[in-house]
Design a protein around this ligand. Structure first.
Ligand SMILES: [Zn+2]
Ligand SMILES: [Zn+2]
Length: 424
């Protein structure tokens, strides 16, 4: 009796194996797993660029009068106090740099009958679509109606087959917000970049209340879109939000808020807010970062390789960063920066530093007003001791004048500043 039952059982097993059932079962598992993965596992990305808001009216304003929504959101994420446009403080060059993770040259072209420009380096849209095999409707660029859109690259390995879907409609930031909400709830893209232009326009008008009013509108749009995302099961808890600017506006010593375009602190200093699954909560980073770091950090979180970008990942605000591990809890033990010698100096001085793990290292000199004077090191270094000489010249090779200078080292999560004096 017992052996009979056992034999019957083994017959059942062999029938199961001979039939197509295992294959069908496997296929069902793969498809179900794929749907589950698409719904829950893959991260989505929303980037909002607010054109031309000065840091002193956003996160640099301690009352946060004009950005109540974003200030509130920063509890759930991270913001930077030292995010900078480090090159051209106008939109036509800074937006491509935000996309490309690098300051990029542009070329004139004619597209759909309109004169415009395209970037020489591939954009994050192209990296994302090419490397993830994403169709166009997974990658949107939402902005108001602009006939001559700036274009991503024609790069041989990327280019037009991987451009985003341009959704260019309406005449105001409110229109763009409505269009973004439409796109989110109809196409469910994995990547959406939303460009809000009105703050810059209002700033150029020279009317203060229009300018700060436009910031308040942009702020409420960010808060609203984040609510839209977090109330949709497709996006909820699996979506990143980055909010930043292309440039600021002149500080009061350099012409005031109605203009921009030079290297003053007001034009350079911009906001950066980040939220999402891997972003530390209620975190403030005081590390120096610059426009090209935005797309490179987004790429890192999306698991794509921005191979032609020059920016660096803002590792300190990402939860999985090794700084959280016990052995690097005290970054001072892992890196060190020595006092320069001679000091005071003329005409040159030496700076020594030591790193104990391979890191991208930046060593830059700033003047007393916080302007960057010279970049002495900007590369990935292996562990060891290094000595760098500063000849008392700026990056263009011009001798700088006597005075107090600061040299800052940034290596991963470590950052240190020391003072030196050039005495001629
Ligand atoms: Zn402008
Ligand atoms: Zn300026």
């Amino acid at each position: 009796m017992f052996s009979f039952a056992s034999q019957k059982f083994s017959q059942k097993i062999s029938w199961f194996c001979r039939s197509r059932l295992p294959l069908i079962f496997l296929l069902v598992c793969i498809i179900a797993g794929g749907i589950f993965y698409k719904l829950h596992a893959e991260n989505k990305f929303m980037i909002v660029i607010i054109d031309g808001a000065r840091y002193s009216e956003t996160f640099g304003d301690s009352s946060h009068t004009y950005i109540p929504e974003m200030w509130n959101l920063s509890n759930q994420g991270a913001y930077l106090t030292h995010f900078y446009n480090d090159s051209m403080t106008y939109t036509s060059r800074a937006i491509p740099a935000l996309w490309c993770g690098s300051w990029t040259g542009v070329r004139d072209t004619v597209y759909n009958g309109h004169s415009t420009q395209y970037t020489l380096k591939p954009s994050i849209f192209e990296y994302f679509r090419q490397q993830k095999g994403m169709p166009e409707e997974e990658c949107f660029y939402v902005l108001k109606y602009i006939p001559n859109l700036w274009l991503p690259s024609f790069h041989a390995n990327y280019g037009p087959p991987y451009w985003p879907r341009f959704h260019s409609q309406g005449i105001s930031d409110e229109d763009v917000a409505n269009q973004a909400q439409y796109v989110l709830s109809n196409y469910y893209p994995h990547f959406i970049l939303i460009y809000l232009a009105d703050v810059d326009g209002a700033g150029h008008s020279g009317n203060w209340s229009d300018y700060v009013g436009a910031i308040q509108t942009a702020d409420s749009i960010v808060g609203h879109l984040w609510n839209v995302v977090q109330s949709d099961p497709f996006y909820q808890n699996s979506t990143y939000l980055f909010v930043t600017n292309d440039h600021g506006r002149h500080d009061d010593q350099h012409g005031g808020f109605s203009g921009h375009g030079d290297g003053c602190e007001g034009c350079r200093h911009i906001m950066f807010l980040a939220l999402g699954p891997e972003i530390k909560q209620n975190y403030v980073s005081h590390q120096y970062h610059r426009i090209p770091d935005m797309a490179v950090t987004a790429s890192d979180l999306l698991g794509i390789n921005p191979e032609y970008a020059t920016g660096q990942v803002m590792t300190e605000m990402i939860q999985s960063n090794p700084i959280e591990e016990p052995d690097s809890k005290h970054p001072l033990a892992t890196f060190s920066l020595a006092q320069n010698y001679p000091n005071p100096f003329n005409p040159s001085t030496n700076v020594e530093f030591e790193i104990r793990k391979a890191e991208w290292v930046r060593l830059a000199v700033y003047d007393n007003a916080g302007r960057k004077v010279a970049m002495l090191v900007n590369e990935k270094l292996s562990p060891g001791s290094y000595k760098v000489q500063w000849e008392g010249r700026d990056d263009a090779g011009r001798e700088v004048s006597s005075g107090v200078y600061y040299y800052q080292i940034t290596a991963g999560a470590f950052s240190a500043v020391k003072k030196c004096v050039l005495l001629k």
